[in-house]
Design a binder for this molecule. Structure first.
Ligand code: F6P
Length: 732
């Protein structure tokens, strides 16, 4: 309250000063104007009456003078006229005027001004034909009256202002400042005591920014509390699960506080122009969902291709931006590519060459020398960016991601032999014969072997890699320790099955009806597919399985609906554009086949082809009865694991291709060969008809597998092996 009074008194004081100053100015102006007016009128009168009055004066005709005064007096405030001798004595005057009047200054043509007392105004003009002067007197009482009126109005205005200011100040302080502060304080108290967990902060009003900061703090507090509780629970149950905090501590200790640097083509946050604003997009990328939790836990830098059309507007002078935008944990350093570089390195060599080369999905790899040159030069560009980022850092720790950067490990090691470098290959590695068709296979293998640690998802891919190296390069392979010795350097080749983080306490379950309505899906049993639209994902094969399932089990017509959340991907490449058409045509054909009058508005396959935000996909995972993954070949496939990790109320069922890395861990999924339409259809029926007990058993066992081998464990194992590298000798 004291604050309010002080505020009001200060504001009133300031308002009074301003108002008084303003009124004084008005008074000065008003007085000057009125005098100006009297002067002007007095001058005119004196000049026009001078001749006549001089004549009348000579005749000492005071009556005639008085008549003149009366004639003008009514209109012009004229009070009287007098004629004076040069020394100021009154010779002839109308009644009620002062006895004497000072002569105008020598040489002055006219002398005007107020007479002391302020009630009369005089203008004196020398006579023309005789010595002496004429004085014209005007009534000036209105001048003071007007001035007083100005003061009175000023005072009233001040009073009104003071009242209004006081009322408004009270209102703002009470309702817009004190009330939100009280509510926020109460909300923070509840957060602190743990009673208000998950509740939204009260609207902050004027203090909105402060309230959202407080919300951020509360969120951190909540996750710290959850982490501590989880730690305590794990300690209590003697388990050794990996959590973000545990990974953070582990990495800090193993890397002696050195920051982690991740290099990946795809950036985790793109800034794009949309609807006249700059928006943030999260790409549909298994790599991003897998690797980001590490940087979220440990901090550091992600070096990636700046591919959003507003990316350049959001970086600082070092091309960096802190992310995630809502609550920054690490830096994103953007590397810019020209159209030609992107065409040759990303679309060309990476995705028309290496991608089909490594996936057995029957797409012919395209190898073009120009693409290879761009691939080489972009790897060099990223190497330069990494080297600037690690300048001054002793034994920096660099985690390179994926097939876009096969040459990067060697480039970095050559410049910084003290760097600890790993390369994780997120896609499969084929057998030596298949890889051998690549004209630059030796350069690629040599580049990769610059790394200290080389990771694949599964042992099978490691074996393929080692066999490829064995056939193509001059080197020694240690099959016992799975290491390659080339020259003075050795590289450890090891499986690190990537994973995801379990989603717990994700809030209230979304409404299944609402979500289904949002894409136009109808039915009671919901199947879900989440994919980048890529020919390796077996989307058309999946649809054929659904068709066969409905054909063989017509009781599910009108009841089973499959929603495909497909994110367009790499659409500059013709094969990817063709695939979008194939997927649409196949869905339309199957839908047309099963549409029935009995199930109005129902279609078995609903396509939602668009970029879907992760939060939106997460909602679908929570309500879908079945998730279907039918990749024809896939390194790991994190969609399968994300579905299992979702925070659901009921157990779900997973139909999973045996050609994914995930199938090695999620043994309780319904494993299928996606090329075998009958088997896919059978698995769908099994999933739909599975006894609740069996469904729960399988679900729990798969959740246990993901919980145990989560993304933090993946990060910890990589960091461990990197930290163990003996520099100069490589991994041992
Ligand atoms: O699955 C391989 C992979 O490179 C992932 O690592 C990545 O998340 C995904 O493909 C997406 O590819 P892109 O970055 O080309 O969209």
């Amino acid at each position: 309250m004291r604050v309010t009074t002080r505020l009001v008194v200060s504001i009133v004081f300031a308002a009074t000063l301003v108002s008084a100053g303003w009124t004084m100015l008005q008074v000065r102006n008003e007085r000057a104007n009125l005098l100006e007016e009297l002067n002007h009128r007095g001058t005119l009168l004196a000049e026009s009456l001078r001749e006549t009055t001089e004549l009348l004066a000579k005749r000492a005709d005071t009556k005639a003078l008085t008549r003149i005064v009366k004639k003008f007096g009514g209109r012009h405030h004229l009070r009287g006229i007098s004629l004076h001798s040069p020394d100021g004595r009154s010779l002839v005057a109308t009644a009620g005027l002062p006895e004497s009047s000072p002569p105008p200054p020598a040489g002055a043509a006219m002398d005007c001004g107020l007479i002391p007392g302020g009630a009369l105004h005089r203008c004196a003009v020398p006579l023309e034909n005789s010595p002496g002067f004429l004085s014209v007197f005007q009534d000036a009482t209105h001048v003071e009256a007007r001035i007083q009126e100005v003061w009175r109005r000023g005072f009233l205005r001040l009073l009104t202002q003071v009242l209004l200011i006081t009322a408004i100040t009270f209102w703002i302080v009470r309702f817009d400042i004190l009330a939100p502060i009280e509510k926020t304080a109460e909300w923070m108290r509840l957060q602190r005591s743990g009673e208000g967990q998950g509740s939204a902060p009260p609207p902050g009003g004027l203090l909105g920014p402060l309230a959202s900061e407080a919300a951020g703090l509360a969120k951190s507090l909540e996750s710290a509390r959850a982490a501590a509780a989880e730690e305590a629970r794990l300690r209590h149950s003697g388990q050794s699960l990996w959590t973000p905090d545990r990974l953070k501590e582990h990495a800090k200790e193993r890397l002696a506080g050195r920051p982690i640097l991740v290099v990946a083509n795809r950036e985790p946050y793109l800034h794009v122009h949309a609807e006249g604003k700059i928006k943030v997009l999260r790409p549909a990328s298994g790599l991003v969902s897998g690797v980001e939790p590490i940087l979220m836990a440990c901090g550091g830098t992600w070096v990636g291709h700046g591919s959003g059309d507003a990316d350049r507007e959001t970086v600082d002078s070092f091309e960096r931006v802190r992310v995630p935008p809502e609550e920054p944990h690490y830096s994103l350093r953007r590397v810019w590519l020209t159209k030609e570089q992107e065409e040759g390195y990303y679309y060309g060599f990476s995705n028309e060459g290496l991608w089909p080369l490594c996936h057995i999905a029957h797409a012919r790899p395209q190898f073009r020398a120009e693409d290879w040159n761009q691939y080489h030069s972009v790897n060099r560009l990223f190497a330069d960016a990494v080297l600037t980022e690690v300048e001054g850092v002793d034994e920096p720790c660099v985690l390179i991601q994926d097939y876009h950067f096969a040459l990067l490990p060697r480039m970095i090691k050559e410049a910084r032999p003290d760097a600890r470098v790993s390369l994780f290959w997120h896609i499969p590695w084929p057998n030596p014969e298949a890889f051998g068709i690549c004209p630059w296979q030796r350069d690629i293998l040599d580049g990769m072997l610059g790394a200290d640690v080389l990771g694949f998802h599964i042992q099978y891919h490691c074996n393929n890699f080692l066999e490829t190296v064995d056939r193509a390069l001059e080197c020694r392979i240690d099959w016992e320790r799975f290491a390659v010795r080339r020259g003075e350097h050795s590289t450890l080749v090891k499986p690190y099955p990537i994973s995801v983080a379990m989603q717990e306490d994700a809030g209230p379950l979304p409404s299944k009806d609402e979500l289904m309505r949002s894409v136009g899906a109808k039915g009671t049993i919901l199947g879900l597919g989440v994919d980048r639209l890529d020919y390796t994902k077996g989307i058309v094969e999946r649809f054929l399985g659904i068709e066969r399932f409905l054909e063989a089990n017509p009781t599910y017509i009108g009841r089973f609906v499959f929603v495909e959340l497909g994110a367009p991907s790499r659409t500059n490449i013709p094969r990817y554009r063709e695939l979008v058409n194939e997927v649409k045509l196949e869905a339309a054909r199957i839908n047309a086949r099963f549409v029935t009058k009995d199930a109005k508005g129902w279609a078995p396959i609903v396509l939602a082809i668009a970029h879907h935000e992760r939060t939106e996909v997460a909602r679908w995972y929570r309500i879908a009865d079945i998730c279907v993954v039918t990749s024809l070949h896939d390194g790991m496939n994190l969609v399968a694991k994300e579905y299992i990790a979702a925070d659901r109320e009921e157990s779900g069922a997973l139909v999973l291709s045996r050609f994914t890395g995930a199938a090695r861990e999620l043994r309780d999924a319904l494993i299928v060969n996606p090329y075998d339409v009958e088997r896919v259809a059978d698995a769908l029926r099994e999933a739909v008809e599975m006894e609740p007990e069996e469904r729960r058993r399988r679900w729990e066992s798969m959740r246990e597998a993901v919980r145990e081998n989560n993304i933090y464990r993946w990060g910890a194992r990589l960091v461990d092996d990197l930290a163990r590298v003996r520099l100069g000798l490589g991994a041992v």
